[in-house]
Design a protein around this ligand. Sequence first.
Ligand SMILES: NC(=O)c1ccc[n+]([C@@H]2O[C@H](COP(=O)([O-])OP(=O)(O)OC[C@H]3O[C@@H](n4cnc5c(N)ncnc54)[C@H](O)[C@@H]3O)[C@@H](O)[C@H]2O)c1
Length: 251
Amino acid sequence: MGTLDGKVAIVTGGGRGIGRGIALALAREGARLALPDLNEENAADVAEEVRALGVKALSAACDVRSSRDVDAFVARTVETFGTVDVLVNNAMAADIRVPLADIDDESIALALSSGPAATLYFMRACYPHLVGGGRVINLRSGSELQGLNGYATYIAAKAAVGGITRAAAREWGRQGITVNAICPFALSEAAQADFAAHPRALDAIYDGLSIPRIGDPESDIGRAAVYLAGPDSTYMTGCTLMLDGGGSFLG
Ligand SMILES: NC(=O)c1ccc[n+]([C@@H]2O[C@H](COP(=O)([O-])OP(=O)(O)OC[C@H]3O[C@@H](n4cnc5c(N)ncnc54)[C@H](O)[C@@H]3O)[C@@H](O)[C@H]2O)c1
């Protein structure tokens, strides 16, 4: 028996990294998983890992920047599993380490369309199914608080996701939907590639951590998603869990 037995969870960008960790943690608690990802093959591999845990999984190619793709994926999830109980808005792409004065239009569009716009598309499409007990979990970033150099489009996108989280928590509370967020720090493929390219940046990050290790996508971040999706967090909404080893603190 898991705490999420019978629930249906969509984890966007669940094909690797933190999305995969969250998907596996939710599946271990019995949730059925729907995994939309730009990388269809990775999502299919994670769906197989989920099935190996004894629960059903669906995966498909989906560009979260397209509301048409998002609507089609949510419709397919409902056709397959009957509803959506948990929505995790995890997928996001952005160009980082770019000085603000050099940002081009494509970079601005990439961060804003894959971050806040995609989050709104999925929340809008899932809303009728979430009414009466649904959970939304959005992925933010400690870089919002740190104001890191070269992260302007990323920070803009994540700050907007924070605003959406609070607005939806207020608006949907009386519909029985909670909306919370996670600020993670974890060894995803994206983080690994960035640290490999910028080893000195990793040293600086380590210096700023209170708990000096890089988080694990499943055991550190996925378990927090289990809490936000499960029966122990019913009185919590509009909140952000900082899961970054004490790298940044909310006041
Ligand atoms: N890794 C960290 O330490 C860290 C820190 C702060 C915030 N975050 C946030 O956590 C989330 C996951 O990060 P990650 O490090 O695992 O990233 P990642 O790049 O390793 O994985 C992202 C996943 O999203 C998918 N994706 C990207 N663009 C997409 C699109 N347009 N449509 C569909 N799928 C798309 C990718 O294919 C990939 O599977 C992101 O929102 C990120 O901003 C991560």
